[in-house]
Design a protein around this ligand. Sequence first.
Ligand code: LMR
Length: 398
Amino acid sequence: MFDRFEALPADALLGLIVAYRDDPNPQKVDLGVGVYRDEEGNTPIMSAIQKAAAKHLETEDSKTYIGPVGVAGFVDGIKSLVFGNGSPIVADNRIAAIQTPGGCGALRVGSELLNRDAQDLTVWVSDPTWANHEPLIGSAGLKIQSYPYFDKATGGVKFEQMDEQLAKLGPNDVVLLHGCCHNPTGADLSFEQWQQITARAEKQGFIPFVDIAYQGLGDGLEEDVKGFRYLAERVPELVLATSCSKNFGLYRERTGGLMVQTANATQATAIQTQIQDVARANYSMSPAYGGYLVEAVLQDDSLRQEWMTELDAMATRVKSLREGLVEKLAQRGVSKDFSFIREQKGMFSFLGISKEQVHELKDKYSIYMADSSRINVAGLSTSCLDYVADALTAVIDG
Ligand code: LMR
């Protein structure tokens, strides 16, 4: 039967990893897949995580199953990190939650949960959204549509058009929102816009599905979820997918969490059984290791402090690379205004150049980025800014 299957092309983003690795050019620059890199181009293991791993190795005394929830201390820690210490939603037991294999696992289990509803739900995603949102949500069986989001002219959000679309939605609609550090554009909603979306959700009754994969890499751990918390405190229900890939540097450990906020504790108890059942039917239960490491960091005051300091330094480095790139491009008098890069948040920016220009950057200069012209700003370094700015200027202005 396998002769009836065709080989598929490599995943667009993951394919860039291989293409970059195989490029012999010593000046090559990888602005493709979204991983944090330091000045030397390495993706370091965070020091607090290293210490937690050493402690875990000494103390772990069994590899037996941990159960469907995953590491309970991890789940509780992530709940407080996102909803806030002392959140009444958490205190009132309105959240059903499990550890998941990465943020992808959370998105997939959340989508399958929504697809179990007898109503025919449509999930609305931003235009554009992260390349894997549609495959993850769509293969769970849900219908997908998009709402206007990125404004190419300003590098910001087309909020009026977005809001016009949201005003047409109702209780059979789910709106996928990026909690912070929008992937792929870097164009975030302002706090006032979160307030307006909250008012819309209350009025129209649509269900927010929030993806928070970069908490702490924008304006700070608390600031990055200010809009989300405002929303969560006002709507009865929402779905939240979180990831520890970026802010704990646990990319390969596949560590994430699914949280479903319900109107009351009785509903949360029912939903808890549903999400565990979805997980059981997919992969049984989440890998535990990453959860143990995050739990250890969050529960130990000194490790937590160390982690927060390191995360802050990462976010500061990305901001200074944003500044640096804008400055270098301006110095070269490039005809396109790139100042929006400075205003955007998190690891990504959309350069707004054509696919042909993206390919020219790869073929002539070994600068790798997604075809959409999304760059991983964290893939830059102060030492390559001149090279990248020269190449961009040449490609844009000939
Ligand atoms: C990205 O957007 O580059 C990352 O989230 C990695 C991935 O899995 O796509």
